[in-house]
Structures are given as C-alpha cells and as structure tokens.
Design a protein around this ligand. Sequence first.
Ligand code: SF4
Length: 483
Amino acid sequence: MLTTNPFDDDKLREECGIFGVYDTDGAAAMVALGLHALQHRGQEAAGITSFDGTEFHTHRAMGHVAGNFDREEVIGGLKGRTAAGHVRYSTTGETSLRNVQPLYADLSTGGFAVAHNGNISNATYLRRGLVGRGSIFQSTSDTEVIIHLVATSGQRALLDRLIDALRQVEGAYSLICVTSEGLIACRDPLGIRPLVMGKLGESTIFASETVALDIVGAEFVRSVEPGEIIIVNDNGLSSHKPFMRTQARPCIFEHVYFSRPDSIVDGNSVYSVRKAIGAELARENGIDVDYVIPVPDSGTPAALGYAEASGIPFELGIIRSHYVGRTFIQPGDGVRHLGVKLKHNANRNLVAGKKIVLIDDSIVRGTTSLKIVQMMREAGATEVHMRIASPPTMNSCYYGVDTPEREKLLASNMSVEEMRAFIDADSLAFLTIDGLYRALGEGGRDPERPSHCDACFTGDYPTSLTDQDEVMSAGQLKLHAVG
Ligand code: SF4
C-alpha cells in the first residue's frame, strides 16, 4: 500500500500556496505554472478556478500540479482571462476532495471562489454560530467559514461584505478570490502568511512567493501589505486598508525553512537571510572541526554561511536523492528503516576519519537527526557535531503550518543536553532567538514589539486562539470531572 513518504514527517510543513492572475490569455495555464513553482508549499492536492466573464470553471484534484493540470482537456476547460489556484496539505479539515480549494459559492453578489493560505484560529467557534443560524457547510475546511460570513453579511457591496467577514476572523489568512467583480487579494492585519503582487504586461498577478512570479516571467511589484485588500477589475486596481493598523508579525519560519531560497519574503532574500543565519550560528556556537556539512537541501544556505564565517571548509558529506517521491512504502514495512538512506546517503570517502559539524534548519521530532548522525558515524566520522539554524521548536503553530502536537516536539520535552543524547551527537547547539533576528538585520528580538511571529520558538502567539483555548478548557473540565 502506498502512503505519504514517512521520511518527510520530521519537518514542519507549510500548508498552502496560492496564485492568481487577472486579465491574461490562458489564465488557467499560467496559474498551473505558478502553482508548480509553489509545489513545495503543499503536495496533497491542487485546484484552479477560472472565470470567463459569464461562468466559473473549477478543477480540483488530489496529488501534484503536474499530472493533474498538464492535460489539455483539463486546462482547456478552465476558460477565461481570470483564474486562481491553490496547492495544499491539510491544515484543518481532513484530506478529501471536498476540502480541496478554491472553494466556490454562488452569492447574492455573484460567484465567489476563494484560495486561502493560513488558518483561522476561531473557525470552530464561528462555524458553530453560523450553523446555529442555518448555514449548511459543504466541507470541514476553516476557509468555508469565510465564505459563509461573506454570504450572510448584512452589507450590500462585495467589498463591504468581505471586510465585515474578515473583521470576525482571527488567525492567519492570505486570500486570492475570483469573483464576478474581479480578482481580490488580501492579507490578514498581521501579515502572518506571505503574499506578493507582480505584473506581466497588463496582467496583475498575486502569489505566495516571488519564485512563482519568476517562473511565469512576471515582474515583482511589491508585497501585499498586512491588512490590505486589493481589487483588480476593469476599472484598474484599488487598495483598501479597512483594519486598525497594528505591528505586523509575518511568520519568521518562512525565512528558516518554508519559502524557497530564491524567493524574496517581505523585502528580504531568503537565501541571504539563511546564509546570515549560518554566520550567526558560527559566531554563537563555533566548533573546531574539519568540515561543515549541510543536511540537504534545507540546511545548505546556512551551512555556507557557517563555513564562510568560521573559515572551515564546506563539503557535501551527505548526498540527497531527488528521486524519492512523496508516496512510499507504508511505515512499519520491513524496509522502513532503510528509508533515510534512500533520501540521504553518506559521502563515505569524504567523512571517514574526519571531525564534522552538520547544519540543519530545525529539529522537530528528532528522528531524522538521529538517523543522519548514525549514518555519519557508520561512514567513519570521528566526531559528529550538530548545529541547528533556528531556536528549539517548542510550540505548535495554529497559523497554517502542520506541526505535531506539542508533546511530540522533541524540544518541548527535553533539554538541549537530553536532545544531544537522543540524537547521539558529540555536541548540539541551536541558534538563539536574538541571533535569528540579527540575521534579519535587527539588533535582536524586541520583546515589547517583535517584528515577526515566532510563537513556535517563544510561545508568544500574536492573536487570540479561541478554538485552542476552548479545547484546553474542555480538557481541564474533563480532568476536573474525572479527578
Ligand atoms: S508559530 Fe511558527 S510556523 Fe507558525 S506562523 Fe508563527 S513563526 Fe510561523
């Protein structure tokens, strides 16, 4: 039986990528290309909705963009000059076709299709209220709550309905909506998830990352600002900022791991930030070894920065196979323990007899780190040290990132020394939170007004977590009842 590749489960996973275009020939084909560039942000399912001026057309499928949207009979059916699409892992709502986005509804204002990156942290609370007032949900996705709030708003104009809906929502959302009135893009007031705008001739494009603009040959114009709603239609482009201004808190993990290194996120080159992170790590936690070795591919830019700052040679001591698909033999099968070798193999000649420091972006469960350290020892490394290009990941994310429950995060249960013993390294050290902010060009983390969301490291969540608080208090009530 085929299932999700078990060797990808030791990373936090970004949940979604979105891409939309207004006014171009072959809009759906362009969206498919853009989604292809965002495939790293979600590999379970993909969907595209287009609008031809009269009708909306949608195709949604489980699996990758390639294979689903490279067939003429699919792309040819997605007619029109405006389209938006979505790639996803599941954040909330189980993985089934009815949860695959864009989600669509016929509203009194016309058709409305939405592609959402993020997670609504009071979706359960809002949904309960909507169902109580008669709303009938088609999916279990948090995104559908936004559609129902727009549908049931007392406002008349679509923009006012959307503002009314978003004022009730807490959490993270970057949205691209295909509507009868044009393409709408917006970002939550804290700007937790990224969203950028580009231009290709007269066409306007929105995407989760600039790399998707590059792929379609578009020019990067700017980031959509936190709290901004942009409407593009036959009257041109209009920007609206209806929410109270507040300190933006974009996700700092985009710089650590989620975004592609060739993207620009909120004005910063992800590649440059990752190299700067490696340099900070070398300054904070230097070690006398023969080689700096990245855990590929995500540890590579930080390892380059570490090597440059420390003067220790950078070498590829682990070779990654790019041919391990996301489907693989079911966990528990007899060859599961060989899996890490399918993805990563030691460059035996290089590491034998050498002292090495491995650089990885983060430790989630620690299972991959343990196997990689073992692999290096078996290949003959005399000392295996590990340096992590972010602080210990101690808390779950409620903003559109797949994190294991807190108890399964190694750092929430163990001290650094206990983690070192668990992964069997000679030494282990993490970047400090101040070092992470220094890599972003700041003096350190401002505890009063941090410039980013860093809750998975610090526990400082920038929004209320209504649904989570309800779960917690229900748990406590239950405990009281039992006790
Ligand atoms: S909790 Fe972590 S992963 Fe989630 S948005 Fe904040 S920084 Fe990003």
